[in-house]
Design a protein around this ligand. Sequence first.
Ligand code: CO
Length: 134
Amino acid sequence: MIGRLNHVAIAVPDLDAASAQYANTLGAKVGLAKDEPDHGVTVVFIELPNTKIELLFPLGEDSPIQNFLDKNPSGGIHHMCYEVDDILAARDQLQVQGARVLGSGEPKIGAHGKPVLFLHPKDFNGCLIELEQV
Ligand code: CO
């Protein structure tokens, strides 16, 4: 069902500092910060040869990232994003097997303009999983 690793998302306490560290210390190709009000985050994408890193910073009052940063003040891995061909078929198959889909269960448009869903971390070894239809 799942295909390529699309990105690993890291919640960061200081977006400018984290972006500068990836650009200058790690020598990566770092994009510009983009607000995603529907998801309550500001994101910076970093292009690696085989995948991407998504830096996440809270945006707005009830950002889903704020709680995570309160528990992990120095930041941490927030989710992994796997690619799927058909997000609705993947969702239905996962739900039949007992996996919980977060929110309404309907895909939202994610940071790349493509449909995404999130799966409950307690069903996947403590790892929040994002599925993106490509
Ligand atoms: Co993501």
